[in-house]
Design a protein. Sequence first.
Length: 164
Amino acid sequence: MTLQRKSVAIGLAVALVLAFSAAVSFGHGMRSRDDDPGSFGPTPEKALERLGVTGEQKTQIQGVLGKYRPEAEPAVKQIVAERRALRRMIQEGASDEGAIRGQAAKVAALESDLAVMRARLSKEVRSLLTEEQKTKLAEYQAKREKKVDRFLERRFREREGEKP
């Protein structure tokens, strides 16, 4: 496996494990520099480094990811395609509420399938971490959630005409 493929594999595994669902929900700017106000967390490589993941653990994580990749990649591509279809329906002003609800339900079903897959992958990857690494991961997740909350609060205030 090339270094580039290993980096991609590790990145995807960490992204799934760390549940970067905020990136999917908001659609951009979620993996920039740690000190960037628009960033919701470190890059996957930086997260692994902060957790103190060893070379052996990285190899094991790659193995877990490799097991899920054939199922995950097409699932993610399908979700993206179905979300685009939903967005087009909404942006084009579709008046068929039933069609919009049907497409939204299709997206929701795909996302729930992916959530189950992420949970399985996460459980396997977490089993490879030490207790100290699991504690650090929980701390990072709590910090990221607070950052998302602050982002949303600022966003809502800006839209209501208040200054952040």
